[in-house]
Ligand binder design. Structure first.
Ligand code: HEC
Ligand code: HEC
Ligand code: HEC
Ligand code: HEC
Ligand code: HEC
Length: 214
């Protein structure tokens, strides 16, 4: 019988399988790093149904973030305030209301309807994130959301990609601040002081897959 294929080629299917597995992993890798929304989501600033301005309320008026985002310290979600919170100041009998924006707000409130705010930040369901853990560790809003106090319309400031999460989890010292400066938008974290906080607060952010993919 003529030998057409040398003997070693019997192993080819194994090689092919191995190559396919590695190739698959490589493709997955490339997909993570190059097609992750890292390059696309930053700057996302959808139009909102009411022209609510953080620049005015959080900046000029200096209202603390937690006045409206009440669960940011004690739960996974920061939550968006209901019109009830707005009515503390914008109820018909309180502030001037010759504004269509405010009138719309009051009408929604009177009808018991929520304002249909458009979500800006959104992680996929398979990624787990909890605000309270980060806030208690001393990561400020500005580290992840940028200068919200200067935004007329909220826009996404950071990529929220896996690489972004991991970058901070590997070097948390660059992002930690005193606990009374969590919502202070002017404060700049100092890595030297950060190292001290890592030790004092026993900070050790997880990098294993199951921490964020449960
Ligand atoms: C007076 C109430 C109020 C205050 C104070 C306030 N916010 Fe907001 N925030 C809102 C409302 C209402 C929305 C939803 C509409 C929008 O996106 O502009 C919102 C949206 C956001 C979003 C985007 C949410 C999403 O859809 O992903 C972020 C982030 C945010 N706020 C952060 C902050 C930070 C940080 C501060 C403090 C510097 C702050 N907010 C102060 C009312 C408030
Ligand atoms: C470590 C990063 C990080 C910090 C610190 C952080 N956020 Fe967020 N924030 C996120 C991410 C990620 C999302 C999107 C969450 C999702 O889609 O499940 C988000 C979403 C939000 C939302 C939309 C509603 C929600 O909970 O999904 C608001 C409002 C918000 N953040 C406000 C704040 C405020 C106010 C602070 C400071 C007190 C803060 N965040 C601190 C990362 C952070
Ligand atoms: C602590 C008080 C306070 C709270 C709470 C508050 N506002 Fe205001 N808001 C003000 C003040 C003060 C002004 C500027 C004075 C004015 O125009 O009446 C203002 C202005 C506005 C304007 C611009 C009005 C115009 O000229 O068209 C809008 C829109 C607005 N607020 C929406 C909201 C919404 C939505 C909420 C709830 C998420 C909210 N505000 C919560 C105090 C507040
Ligand atoms: C700017 C820094 C920073 C960023 C960005 C960040 N983290 Fe964290 N993360 C921390 C710190 C600090 C801790 C607390 C570690 C500790 O207390 O030991 C933490 C803890 C966690 C934990 C463990 C606690 C828990 O809730 O189970 C999870 C999960 C987590 N982060 C998920 C995420 C995800 C998902 C993202 C990206 C969307 C993210 N983090 C982005 C700094 C960050
Ligand atoms: C600190 C939190 C964190 C850790 C740890 C983490 N991931 Fe992720 N991962 C995320 C977030 C957040 C996303 C969603 C990013 C996005 O929306 O692009 C993600 C996305 C992914 C995706 C989907 C990729 C895509 O672009 O669609 C895969 C697959 C994945 N992670 C696998 C892993 C594996 C395997 C590990 C362990 C080696 C791991 N992750 C560890 C936070 C984490």
């Amino acid at each position: 019988m003529t030998v057409i294929f040398p003997k070693w080629t019997n192993k080819l299917p194994t090689f092919a399988a191995a190559a396919a597995v590695c190739g698959g992993a490589f493709v997955t890798f490339v997909v993570w790093f190059w097609f992750s929304p890292k390059h696309t989501d930053v700057g996302y600033a959808p139009e909102q149904p009411v022209l609510y301005s953080h620049k005015l309320h959080a900046g000029t008026l200096g209202i603390d973030c937690r006045y409206c985002h009440q669960h940011v310290e004690n739960g996974p979600h920061a939550t968006i305030p209901t019109t009830e919170t707005c009515m503390n100041c914008h109820a018909p009998e309180k502030v001037k209301h010759d504004s269509t924006q405010i009138r719309h707000l009051q009408e929604q409130h009177a009808a018991g309807l929520p304002v249909e705010w458009v979500k800006v930040h959104m992680l996929p369901d398979y990624a787990y994130f909890d605000h309270s853990v980060h806030v208690h560790a001393g990561v400020g809003c500005a580290s992840c959301h940028g200068r919200i106090d200067q935004m007329e319309v909220v826009r996404q400031d950071q990529p929220l990609s896996m690489g972004w999460c991991l970058e901070c989890h590997r070097n948390p010292e660059n992002h930690l601040r005193p606990l009374d400066k969590i919502t202070d938008m002017d404060f700049e974290p100092d890595p030297e002081q950060g190292l001290q906080f890592v030790e004092e607060r026993n900070i050790n952010p997880p990098v294993h897959c199951s921490a964020c993919h449960r």
